[in-house]
Design a protein around this ligand. Structure first.
Ligand code: DX5
Ligand code: ZN
Length: 227
């Protein structure tokens, strides 16, 4: 198995941070490999979060080695890929449900020199990922219905992660396998064992207790039970 024993990377989601202290919150999670930026348009998902100016500010506040991981919960994301790339995204992830031109969106992202990600909602068949599996740098499996932070992790996600892990291993892909929604110290180990390589976490990092402590707790949960 390619994923084992590669250490799992962490991606704190700034959706859950205190926006009056955006810079400090990002500084507190400087040890994380990724910084996850959730863009919502109020159409693809029933919520509006933030857009280009916040992404640009997050990029300025983050350490240069941290990968700025932009999760686009917007209809027809191909309309905005160039703008988000310009504003500071290192990785652009689009929903298979949000465009009839998924392959084009992947091609466009790569032409912009950025990492290309695709994501599926909990109710979407994993088969929709198959046509682009060999082309992408990241697959994201949603473990909640997107739109809001602080929701409960859907346990059926574990089986979905195992399936996609097998598919990636079969084709020898080193694409990251990311999970987003309700991730916490209580399910991080199970997600690692299912084959996830990047865990997104909002409320479990930026919730009570401070972001640095939240990140450390998640990291500690991932080192437990390791051979
Ligand atoms: C949900 C977003 C998530 C969100 C996760 O639509 O895509 O990235 O920030 O938040 P938690 O970890 O609180 O479920
Ligand atoms: Zn997200």
């Amino acid at each position: 198995m390619l994923h084992y024993p590669v250490p799992v990377k962490l991606a704190p989601s700034i959706l859950a941070c205190d926006f009056t202290r955006l810079g400090e919150e990002i500084e507190a999670v400087a040890a994380a490999e990724y910084l996850h930026v959730d863009v919502m348009d109020g159409l693809f998902v029933p919520n509006i979060s933030f857009g280009l100016p916040i992404l640009a500010a997050a990029k300025r506040a983050a350490p240069p080695e941290q990968l700025i991981d932009v999760h686009l919960m917007i209809e027809r994301p191909e309309r905005y890929l160039a703008d988000f790339a310009e504003a500071g995204a290192d990785s652009l992830t689009v929903h298979v449900e949000a465009t009839p031109h998924l392959h084009r969106a992947v091609q466009m992202t790569k032409a912009l020199g950025k990492r290309s990600g695709v994501v599926v909602n909990p109710g979407t068949a994993l088969e929709t990922l198959r046509p682009v599996l060999g082309d992408v740098d990241l697959i994201l499996i949603m473990s909640v219905n997107p739109g809001f932070g602080g929701q409960q992790f859907l346990p059926e996600t574990l089986g979905r992660v195992r399936t996609v892990r097998d598919w990636l291993d079969e084709i020898g892909s080193v694409a990251e396998l990311q999970v987003d929604g309700g991730v916490s110290a209580s399910n991080a180990g199970a997600l690692r064992d299912a084959g996830a390589s990047v865990l997104v976490a909002g409320s479990s990092v930026f919730g009570a207790g401070g972001a640095a402590a939240g990140l450390a707790q998640l990291r500690a949960a991932l080192t437990q039970g390791r051979a």
